[in-house]
Design a binder for this molecule. Sequence first.
Ligand SMILES: NC(=O)c1ccc[n+]([C@@H]2O[C@H](COP(=O)([O-])OP(=O)(O)OC[C@H]3O[C@@H](n4cnc5c(N)ncnc54)[C@H](OP(=O)(O)O)[C@@H]3O)[C@@H](O)[C@H]2O)c1
Length: 278
Amino acid sequence: MISAKTKACCLIGDPVEHSLSPIMFNSAFKEMGIDCAYLAFRVLRSELGTAIAGIRGLSFVGSNVTTPHKEETLKYLDRLDPSAGLSGSVNVIHNVDGELVGYSTDGYGAIKALEEGGVSIGGMRIMVLGYGGAARAVSFELARDGRAGGILIAGRDIVKASALANGISSFLRAEAITLKEGEKAGADLIINCTPVGMYPNTDESPLPPEALASATAVMDLIYSPRETAFLRSAKAKGCKTIGGIEMLIHQGAKTFEIWFRKKAPIGVMRRAIEGEGN
Ligand SMILES: NC(=O)c1ccc[n+]([C@@H]2O[C@H](COP(=O)([O-])OP(=O)(O)OC[C@H]3O[C@@H](n4cnc5c(N)ncnc54)[C@H](OP(=O)(O)O)[C@@H]3O)[C@@H](O)[C@H]2O)c1
């Protein structure tokens, strides 16, 4: 029951109506007996600064940040954790007694989802499709982790792909290629960080099935639909497949741990979003 003592957390982004985060977090709060409510707010770009100031002004525990604000949020914060500083992307704000600290848990969520899915990235040649916020978070976390053998950043704009590859090349061998080149490049693990194949364009795929010839595992960050056309063709080729819902759960669990310094009830969070959406 919401009372005068109830704390608050939120999601800010545009759009947010599709988000599974309120269901996931409110179930976790209930399970753990935490008196807190999680709400989703659609925030226009022009109001981002005032929305973030409100987190401090209203003493919110913190906030998640989603598209299109993950990068611009940096300039409104007091301090950045290395996860956010390195990737230049924030998806979690923690309000520590009025000091707003930014984190990125997307990369952590992706690597944890791979591990839990039985994919061991040690020595792997990994192809990341896209160079947007999620691709940056995943690539920098792979670079920080250091176990991968190398990264190919494949995108439709080679200049933008090169900018990301250059950024991570001091940590890990990295190369930029076009998506067309990506069709023949060959990689052990391919991670789709583009929205190609997302609802309602569910017949689309970022690469044709032939591009999966040398892959042993394929991950798609998209979670609507749960199984994309890209993952279906990977499965048909005998690859291990990991969907975006697992990353969503693990980045959420890490967020919970940052806010409450308690282990997240992952099973409850997973069950809460199972059956939601498509
Ligand atoms: N599972 C999770 O927890 C989770 C977390 C974060 C994100 N995601 C998902 O990851 C995806 C990307 O999110 P984001 O925040 O990184 O978005 P973003 O910052 O807008 O980046 C999108 C990337 O995809 C590329 N792209 C867009 N349309 C394309 C097309 N038709 N063909 C080729 N490339 C295309 C963009 O390249 P251009 O600049 O050339 O357009 C850009 O590199 C979304 O589907 C999102 O839902 C999932």
